[in-house]
Design a protein around this ligand. Structure first.
Ligand code: ATP
Ligand code: MG
Length: 600
């Protein structure tokens, strides 16, 4: 059997053989589980605070540290030199307690914001979970941010505390202190007894703090996390999340990531991005598994080594990283024993069918696409372990999640009938992907932007801003971000289908597609292409790619122009920044580039 993508290419469906999976999947019978699952079930799998209330740190660390998992490895840090340091759940609990006490000793109260500007190092985990335990609100920043984005976010979020390193402080924060009157305490994790002026020594304060602490009696509805969105479509928004989100982290860790006790799990997301917290810290710890923390940046060969040497069972990464592995060639995977790995999960961007097929061939593994957003706080649509994969599809809504495709009117808002939004009636019809509000990790506001928050809801649904379709069997397919979709000669063209078709050409490593104004068609499709190392940017290659795309997509949808670029612009969370390609193409202001990744 094969599934037709919107571009007409028939990709083979990847069938899952339940008997051959190494462990029994948690979601073997999707329809049965969906019919009975209630968020209450997930809630009752957690322990809650003794005496009432709910606190993420208690669920992620304390209840394990007080039970049989106390001596189980919680975090395993892999350094650049390959050396390894481990923290058990009991070790982690002690660090978390020290940080919670440290905050209390500084007079930082519940609800006040603690920021980090830090790579993946042990202090980060103590800071995130210690903040939550103390009832304060945590906000991670990308350590690669320049001074402006740091000042902007710390200012907006009214950060009281910042945890960072000496060099990051010197380069990015020291000169801004005068602009940030609310920032009372800066803690340097590498102060080594000699902090900079106006900063404190993290380690010294941690040593002085007690390793026993009571969790703040937080309610499920109390704020826990502040996450800025990736800024792919504009200025990043500050999404506020509550302690109750942990219920969704538990459920999605079970259904989408299929975490089992004794699993070794690795999430490569940067800690500055929502995935780095929800799935780099909370979900795996809540499940009591061992999480690998790679302290370095992406490196194809080292990543294969980590997967093999650490016997990783579940690997959560992003399409751009997978495309880099693909670009490097399948032979780089050979010689590494990946036999422990059950599947690879991906998030953040559309996962091209080409990449899924490559995973089957080069790694011998299914790659599971997952769709969610900073606003949703956790995975919403997923290719869970026992599900057949239709390459190019995001999968199906997880139990507890109700998703639909809504018709959009001329104003790009949902069409309402009797106050209710109208779903697209035909399978395969394009509309806005929407979710029924009420899942536990749903954001509860955009910081200081109540009106913008309200606009995310209409006719009984949360509006994602993404366009998608659903096929007759209930699989969801991504078409594009509302802002990126191209309207050409009456066709609605999603950049994803064009980019995926381009990636089928042997010369193309990665592609970014935009619409540029055209007097006749309204917009015409233009592609920016990064070539594989083995191909030259010649006119012949260009014509060959254009001809190939025409045959695949038809002349109306295929790019009229192809430009070669040495590298596509990405956000730090790994998304192609199409709005920047467009602004440069049209000579318009480049807009907010705070999250633009600068690759060396
Ligand atoms: P901003 O909202 O600031 O423009 P952003 O939407 O990129 O930035 P995130 O919340 O990090 O910020 O990303 C969520 C978005 O990423 C989704 O709305 C969607 O457009 C895209 N995305 C995430 N996962 C997938 C996926 N599996 N397939 C396609 N797109 C995805
Ligand atoms: Mg968004």
């Amino acid at each position: 059997m094969s599934a037709e993508t919107r571009s007409g290419t028939a990709w083979p469906v990847i069938h899952k053989d339940l008997g051959a999976l190494a462990v029994e999947p948690h979601l073997a019978d999707y329809d049965a589980e969906r019919a009975v699952f209630r968020w209450e079930d997930a809630r009752s799998a957690l322990s809650g605070l003794p005496g009432g209330g709910l606190n993420i740190a208690h669920e992620a660390v304390d209840r394990h540290a007080a039970g049989p998992l106390a001596t189980h490895e919680a975090l395993r840090f892999v350094r650049g030199d390959g050396g390894v340091t481990s923290l058990t759940y009991a070790d982690l609990a002690a660090q978390v307690n020290r940080f919670a006490n440290l905050l209390r000793s500084l007079g930082v109260g519940p609800g006040e914001r603690v920021f980090s500007l830090l790579g993946r190092r042990p202090e980060l985990y103590a800071a995130v979970l210690g903040t939550l335990k103390a009832g304060s609100v945590f906000c991670p920043l990308f350590s690669a941010f320049g001074p402006d984005p740091v000042r902007q976010r710390l200012g907006l979020g009214g950060g009281r505390v910042l945890v960072t390193t000496r060099s990051l402080y010197r380069k990015k924060v020291a000169a801004l202190r005068g602009d940030l009157p609310e920032l009372r305490h800066v803690l340097l994790v590498d102060a080594d007894g000699a902090p900079e002026p106006d900063t404190l020594d993290f380690s010294e304060l941690m040593r002085a703090a007690s390793s026993h602490a009571e969790a703040a009696r937080t309610l499920p509805s109390d704020y826990a996390l502040l996450h800025f969105t990736s800024g792919t479509t504009g200025t990043p928004k500050g999404a506020l999340h509550v302690h109750e989100a942990v219920v969704a982290h538990w459920a999605t860790g079970r259904f989408a990531l299929d975490l089992h006790p004794d699993d070794v799990y690795w999430c490569t997301a940067d800690p500055g991005w929502v995935t780095g917290t929800s799935y780099g810290i909370i979900a795996p710890l809540v499940h009591g598994v061992t999480t690998i923390v790679d302290e370095e940046e992406l490196d194809v060969d080292r990543w294969y080594r980590i997967l093999a040497e650490q016997r990783v069972n579940v690997w959560y990464t992003a399409p751009t990283a997978l495309r880099m592995h693909m670009k490097a060639g399948a032979e780089r995977a050979s010689g590494h024993d990946l036999s422990a790995l059950r599947f690879v999960a991906s998030v953040g961007e559309p996962l091209n069918p080409e990449v899924v097929l490559w995973g089957q061939e080069a790694l011998g593994l299914p790659i599971h696409d997952n769709w969610w957003q900073t606003e949703t706080g956790g995975i919403m649509i997923s290719n869970y372990a026992a599900m057949d994969i239709r390459p190019g599809s995001m999968g199906k809504p997880l139990p507890g999640v109700e998703a639909t495709i809504l018709e959009r009117g001329a104003d790009d808002r949902p069409v309402l009938r009797d106050g209710q939004a109208v779903p697209v009636s035909e399978p395969g019809g394009v509309g806005e992907l929407a979710l029924r509000p009420g899942w536990p990790s749903m954001f509860r506001g955009y910081l200081h932007e109540e009106e913008r928050y309200q606009r995310c809801f209409a006719g009984g649904w949360y509006l994602s801003g993404d366009l998608a379709t659903r096929d007759a069997d209930g699989y969801f397919w991504f078409v594009g971000r509302g802002d990126d979709v191209i309207k050409s000669s009456g066709h609605l063209i999603g950049p994803f289908e064009v980019e995926s078709a381009l990636m089928e050409h042997p010369a193309v490593a990665e592609a970014g597609v935009i619409g540029v104004p055209d007097p006749v068609a309204g917009e015409m499709v233009k592609a920016f292409v990064e070539l594989r190392a083995s191909h030259e940017p010649t006119d012949e290659t260009r014509l060959d790619i254009i001809g190939f795309a025409r045959r695949r997509l038809g002349a109306a949808v295929a790019p009229r122009e192809v430009a070669f670029v040495p590298a596509l612009p990405h956000t730090r969370s790994g998304k192609v920044l199409r709005r920047l390609l467009k602004a440069r193409e049209l000579g318009l202001p480049e807009g907010d580039l705070s999250t633009l990744e600068v690759r060396p």
